[in-house]
Design a protein around this ligand. Structure first.
Ligand SMILES: [Zn+2]
Length: 84
């Protein structure tokens, strides 16, 4: 992995102001965060989408709420969170 502090020239402009450079940096940061989110989502899909409800033995479906991920049973309103 290569780290560079100077913004890469795109050829359309001969000079880059300080604010433009900062904007480029933050854009790059957002792209990195988006990539990290995608990778996280890919890992999440490896887990079971449906499990059996321990209370009523109906099917619990996977759902996410804010940062929490868990299973929810519509039959008896039982919820099980994997992360909190
Ligand atoms: Zn249930």
């Amino acid at each position: 992995m290569e780290l560079t502090t100077s913004p890469s020239p795109n050829g359309s402009s001969s000079y880059i102001t300080r604010s433009d450079a900062q904007l480029t940096m933050s854009k790059r940061l957002v792209q990195q965060l988006e990539k990290a989110k995608e990778e996280h989502a890919r890992k999440v899909t490896n887990i079971e989408q449906e499990i059996e409800c321990p209370r009523c033995h109906d099917v619990m479906t996977l759902h996410s709420e804010f940062d929490r991920l868990g299973y929810f049973c519509e039959e008896c309103d039982f919820s099980l969170y994997l992360y909190h």
